[in-house]
Write a protein that binds this ligand. Structure first.
Ligand code: NAP
Length: 273
């Protein structure tokens, strides 16, 4: 059984390691390729891939561009406006967004849920933020504030986002004036290797939130996370989400449920989280 990750530059991807471990633990003869595709070749590639692969994951910068080639888009992917998993089944090209489920599993694993009636903040308005925001909307949060370098541009970028009326876009200066809340999620790349001395916010602001989640997983502890930890707050990185979205993709491709413990055992084995 063959699967692959489709993207433009995939040099440091951890996905083959994660999927190969899933295959080993499930006793499956699986293969997971990295496919670097140029923009102009994307449409042809999708058509060719269905002859060889059961399914593919999709990453930067193609999560939106692939959607026009699909015959079915799941409700969560439609709401988010991006697809990270394609399943080639009976002549259909079916699109899903397992980042959404991955983020949910990350919150559950770290006991950040339930979020009903909680005030939450998301930093950044890129691709990952969309899945995070949709999950937070669906979790019944009371308020969702999105901090962005340009509230005006971000509002425009989200004009096709179904849950736009539930979001409040603010600048970082405005966020710093606000009181804290239950959860703050960093979806920006600030603090990611090799620029590990960066944090999207100063320590005294991060400390105002009961939980701080960073989607970055390299380094294992970002400066943002260390600020939260120093204030006695709960904190976690994004590696569990990365593993959980991979397991959710395998569930779609294999057409079966995978026991919940597999995510934790793979996250533990590779990164000790
Ligand atoms: P992206 O589409 O490029 O979006 C990142 C957003 O961060 C941008 O839209 C921007 O929002 C903000 N940003 C970028 N550079 C910034 C800077 N220098 N200062 C402040 N804000 C900045 O990237 P992405 O795909 O969403 O990924 C974002 C991060 O999440 C990456 O670190 C990635 O590795 C991680 N990620 C993790 C997982 C996981 O499974 N754990 C999954 C997906 C992504 P504004 O313009 O609104 O400020």
């Amino acid at each position: 059984m063959e699967f692959a990750l489709l993207g433009e530059k995939l040099g440091h991807s951890l996905s083959p390691q994660i999927h190969n471990l899933i295959f080993r633990k499930l006793g499956i003869e699986g293969k997971y390729d990295l496919l670097e595709i140029k923009k102009q070749d994307l449409d042809d590639a999708i058509e060719r891939l269905e002859d060889k692969y059961i399914g593919v994951n999709v990453t930067i910068p193609y999560k939106i561009a692939v959607m026009k080639k699909l015959t079915f888009i799941s409700p969560e992917a439609k709401a988010i406006g991006a697809v990270n998993t394609i399943y080639f089944s009976k002549g259909e090209r079916r699109g899903y967004n397992t980042d959404y489920f991955g983020f949910g599993r990350l919150l559950e694993h770290n006991a950040v849920t339930p979020l009903e009636n909680k005030d939450v903040v998301v930093l950044g308005s890129g691709g990952a933020a969309r899945a995070v925001l949709q999950y937070l909307v669906d979790s019944g949060t009371k308020s969702i504030t999105v901090a962005t370098r340009s509230p005006q541009d971000a509002t425009k970028k989200f004009s096709n986002f179904e849950a736009l009326p539930k979001l409040k876009f603010v600048s970082y200066e405005q966020l710093i004036e606000q009181k804290g809340g239950a959860l703050i999620v960093n979806t920006t790349p600030v603090g990611m290797y090799p620029y590990i001395d960066g944090s999207p916010l100063p320590q005294e602001v991060v400390a105002r939130y009961a939980s701080a989640v960073d989607l970055i997983y390299n380094p294992v502890e970002t400066l943002f996370m260390s600020y939260a930890k120093a204030a006695g707050r709960s904190t976690c990185n994004g590696f569990y989400m990365l593993v959980a979205q991979a397991v959710a993709a395998e569930e779609i491709w294999l057409g079966r449920e995978i026991q919940a413990g597999l995510i934790a055992s793979i996250a533990q084995e590779i990164q000790g989280v």
